[in-house]
Write a protein that binds this ligand. Structure first.
Ligand code: AMP
Ligand code: ZN
Ligand code: ZN
Length: 403
């Protein structure tokens, strides 16, 4: 029997098209556990993640973009672009063309599409008539290229994790045209405890065990609604975490006059815009004292960071060595330092992070070497059967993890 006729007959029974693609797409759930360091796994119980990794694909680690902070990395993950191509160069930035600051606490900035370059995967999907829903993700609150996720929410760190998971389960049970095939989930607790108490503190490890239980709730919910065999899940993160110490401080006001500069972003990546005509002098002063940090004029920032070629990067960038804090006397006296932080050079292993993939179309029991976060966009486009937008990732890097 000719293939076309066979297909037509079969399609009546199984609702599959003859193009070789399923009409029913396999939903993809992208999860972020912010600030998850792979070395935490040896120190606490993670029964859900361990069992998922055993039936999925686990990376030795994932290499973040520079700087190793939350917004740059989450947004590079969903676009496949380095920071110099997204423009999301930090959690706090200034743009002369927009004429204002971007800060995480500023809802109108976070929701303003002008800050976000490139094409996030939910825009790629919506453009191709695939519905998406985000239970938080950096960038998901903004209209980008005229598109938004079909369902999106203003970030609310206080929304219980159980409620986030239950929303995702309810979306998968929708029977109308808004049922999403791409979904995100975001959890900040491992990162926030890591900042407060340090990376290996009991509170931080307990937070991971707690989030592991929340992912367990998702997995059992997927079983209950009959989706467990028909879903792909990526569990990702954005950076690691390192202890800070009162013995590792650089006081910038001992080196330069703070009246000569505007400091846009503080430690560990200090973004400095000197006042008119002061760049050379400020740079020379910082360079003369260069110890426990490195300082660069914009044009000399290392190429490997793929960071410097964006107009939001100011004239001088100062980067603390791993575990050091650059501060000022007045700030330190008022606020002290955190237990831990991240943001440092992405070459440090302590800044590397976690990636695991499990589901219908993914290999089982596979371990893969470390890879860069910018390759995930191509993987997601492949899993969702979408034509990817131009990006910095290489589809070959994660090709073998797909069955
Ligand atoms: P970081 O300062 O790099 O550790 O960023 C982590 C923090 O970013 C989280 O604890 C949240 O408070 C915040 N955050 C995460 N997602 C969002 C979002 N979509 N909008 C605003 N803030 C967010
Ligand atoms: Zn983060
Ligand atoms: Zn953090």
């Amino acid at each position: 029997m000719p293939r076309l006729i066979l297909c037509l007959i079969l399609s009546i029974f199984v609702f599959s098209s003859c193009s070789g693609q399923d009409n029913e797409r396999t939903p993809l759930i992208l999860i972020s556990i912010d600030g998850l360091k792979p070395s935490y796994f040896d120190k606490t119980d993670t029964p859900t993640l361990d069992s998922l990794a055993a039936r999925g694909v686990l990376a030795e680690s994932m290499i973040p973009v520079f700087p190793t902070s939350t917004f740059p990395n989450h947004y590079s993950l969903v676009t496949g672009l380095y920071t110099e191509n997204t423009g999301v160069i930090s959690n706090t930035m200034y743009d002369e063309e927009i004429g204002r600051y971007f800060r995480l606490s500023d809802r109108s900035a976070v929701g303003d599409g002008r800050w976000y370059g490139g094409e996030p995967i939910w825009v790629t999907a919506e453009k191709q008539d695939v519905r998406t829903a985000t239970m938080f993700w950096p960038g998901s609150e903004a209209e980008i290229q005229g598109y938004r996720p079909t369902r999106w929410f203003t970030y609310d760190g206080g929304l219980p994790y159980e409620a986030r998971v239950d929303s995702v389960l309810s979306w998968l049970q929708l029977e109308d045209e808004t049922k999403p095939d791409f979904i995100t989930l975001y959890f900040s607790k491992v990162d926030s405890e890591g900042h407060s108490h340090g990376p290996y503190a009991q509170e931080t490890l307990d937070a991971l065990t707690y989030v592991d239980g929340i992912i367990g709730r998702l997995v059992s919910g997927l079983h209950d609604i009959g989706y467990w065999d028909n879903v792909n899940i990526l569990i990702s993160s954005d950076h690691g975490m390192i202890d800070l110490s009162d013995d590792r401080l650089v006081f910038i006001d001992d080196i330069i006059d703070l009246d000569d500069v505007n400091i846009i972003n503080w430690s560990p990546v200090v973004m400095i815009q000197p006042t008119e005509g002061k760049t050379g002098e400020v740079y020379d002063q910082l360079k003369a004292e260069e110890s426990n940090y490195r300082v660069f004029l914009k044009e000399d920032i290392p190429e490997r960071w793929r960071f410097k070629n964006h107009h939001r990067v100011p004239d001088i960038v100062m980067v603390a060595d791993l575990g050091w804090t650059i501060t000022s006397h007045s700030f330190y006296e008022r606020r002290g330092i955190l237990g831990g932080t991240h943001g440092f050079d992405n070459a440090y292993e302590d800044m590397h992070t976690y990636f695991m993939a499990v589901g219908k179309d993914l290999e089982r029991g596979m371990e893969i070497p470390s890879f860069e976060v910018i390759h995930i966009y191509e993987l997601m486009a492949r899993l969702l059967n979408l034509e990817p937008a131009e990006n910095d990732g290489d589809p070959e890097v994660l090709r073998d993890i797909v069955k």
